[in-house]
Design a protein around this ligand. Structure first.
Ligand SMILES: NC(=O)c1ccc[n+]([C@@H]2O[C@H](COP(=O)([O-])OP(=O)(O)OC[C@H]3O[C@@H](n4cnc5c(N)ncnc54)[C@H](OP(=O)(O)O)[C@@H]3O)[C@@H](O)[C@H]2O)c1
Length: 253
């Protein structure tokens, strides 16, 4: 199936490793020009170099999305360098953590506000595209009780509601908005590798909850995101797609 991604211009935040990296790799392989950011300058340079080998335009930026002005300036600059924006994937998260007010602010500013600021900054460009698409990265932690009440879980839930309501608001401008809830995703250098090393009980219980007995991989989430972002998913907007290897147990109507 041709996803119709060739020549599209995509902005992905937090894309030097894990799910974000798999998304830019796949979008570039499908012929998209891509802009990516992360905080580590070295890792951004490495990612830009590697993805350029696919023969597409790649723009990289070392930016902390928590810094609103620097982040918005980078988005505008990236779009100018790419020559437009058809796809936006806000992927950065502050991650989980035991509750304290510090966590709530971090998850609000990073998970929620970076998504909202990105959507608002890029909306004029997405509208101009005529075929705009946003895929917000949430988590199954938003859907079912996950160990302890965490800011991460609640803020990821806020993103699903935001994405749905935004989809209604911008539909007439030919911008689609969807969210994806990945289940636990294992990769080298990722959170689950760290949990495996430091909390074997939690790791084993999580693995056991997967009906097929394995964690998901970043590239499996990337395929779902690339499809939703693409013109091939033209009928899908306002949806929340759960991509979790059967980790969640609720019946989803
Ligand atoms: N992994 C999972 O099991 C899982 C499950 C469900 C949902 N998710 C969601 O999927 C998304 C990606 O998670 P992941 O586990 O693949 O990757 P990750 O380990 O959270 O790292 C993602 C990327 O974000 C960058 N980043 C982190 N903080 C940043 C900041 N403040 N400003 C700019 N860039 C920043 C990192 O590079 P730097 O450190 O250099 O900045 C890295 O490139 C997140 O939204 C996460 O909540 C993950």
């Amino acid at each position: 199936m041709d996803l119709g991604l060739r020549g599209k211009k995509a902005v992905v935040t937090g894309a030097t490793k894990g799910i974000g990296r798999a998304i830019v790799d796949l979008l570039a392989a499908e012929g998209c020009d891509v802009a990516l950011c992360a905080r580590s300058e070295d890792e951004v340079e490495e990612a830009v170099r590697a993805i350029k080998a696919r023969g597409v335009e790649v723009v990289g930026g070392s930016v902390n999305v928590r810094d609103a002005e620097a982040y918005k300036a980078w988005l505008e600059q990236a779009v100018e360098q790419l020559g437009g924006c058809d796809i936006f994937i806000p992927n950065v998260s502050a991650g989980g953590g035991m509750d304290s007010e510090k966590n709530w602010w971090k998850n609000f500013e990073i998970d929620v506000l970076h998504t909202v600021r990105g959507c608002e900054t890029l909306m004029p460009h997405l509208e101009k595209s005529g075929d705009g698409s946003i895929v917000v990265i949430s988590s199954t932690n938003a859907l079912e009780t996950f160990y302890v009440p965490m800011a991460y879980n609640a803020m990821k839930a806020a993103l699903i509601t935001y994405a749905k309501q935004l989809s209604q608001f911008v539909g007439r401008k030919n911008v689609r908005v969807n969210s994806v809830c990945p289940g636990p995703i294992y990769f080298e250098g990722g959170a689950w590798e760290m949990i495996k090393a430091t909390n074997a009980k939690m790791y084993d219980a999580t693995l056991k909850a997967m009906p097929n007995g394995r964690f998901g991989g970043p590239e499996e989430i990337a395929r779902v995101v690339a499809f939703l972002a693409s013109p091939a998913a033209s009928i899908i907007t306002g949806a929340n797609v759960v991509a979790d290897n059967g980790f969640t147990k609720r019946v989803q109507y």
